[in-house]
Design a protein around this ligand. Sequence first.
Ligand SMILES: NC(=O)c1ccc[n+]([C@@H]2O[C@H](COP(=O)([O-])OP(=O)(O)OC[C@H]3O[C@@H](n4cnc5c(N)ncnc54)[C@H](OP(=O)(O)O)[C@@H]3O)[C@@H](O)[C@H]2O)c1
Length: 136
Amino acid sequence: MPTIDGAVVLVTGANGGLGTHFVHQALERGAAKVYAAARTPKPWDDDRVVPLVLDVTSAASVAAAAEVAHDVSVVINNAGAANGATVLGDLTAARDLFETNFWGPLVVTNAFTPALRASGGTLLNVLSVLSLDRDR
Ligand SMILES: NC(=O)c1ccc[n+]([C@@H]2O[C@H](COP(=O)([O-])OP(=O)(O)OC[C@H]3O[C@@H](n4cnc5c(N)ncnc54)[C@H](OP(=O)(O)O)[C@@H]3O)[C@@H](O)[C@H]2O)c1
């Protein structure tokens, strides 16, 4: 099993689904600390887990989280949404989706790049198979 001994990991969208598994996997693989970031953080029963407020659609929220978690060495862009958006008619839902799934990870990446550069760290983006360009 690959290890990340001593790493300081941040997971966006950590409250459920894949995000929660990333938190547990990071701990199992030797992370020293895991920031479990969420819009409404929940308590965790492990001292190595630090709940952190982070809404990927809010630049202010992301900036505040980056200030707190300045020691990260692994950032996992996991937060994402699916809202049934269509590309015809009212585009409100499609815009919301791009705010969360496209601009969100970019804003997070920009905010945490200084810390990742300083630690020589790693960025992991969780995407969908729909992201693949099958023509190439
Ligand atoms: N499951 C699949 O089949 C599948 C397929 C393709 C891609 N993915 C991608 O995999 C990732 C994880 O998906 P999942 O299946 O684990 O989904 P999930 O259970 O719905 O978890 C998504 C998490 O993202 C969080 N989130 C949503 N909007 C956010 C925001 N504005 N700021 C911060 N957090 C936000 C949610 O937080 P709240 O608790 O606050 O709602 C939730 O904890 C997503 O990026 C998703 O697009 C999943």
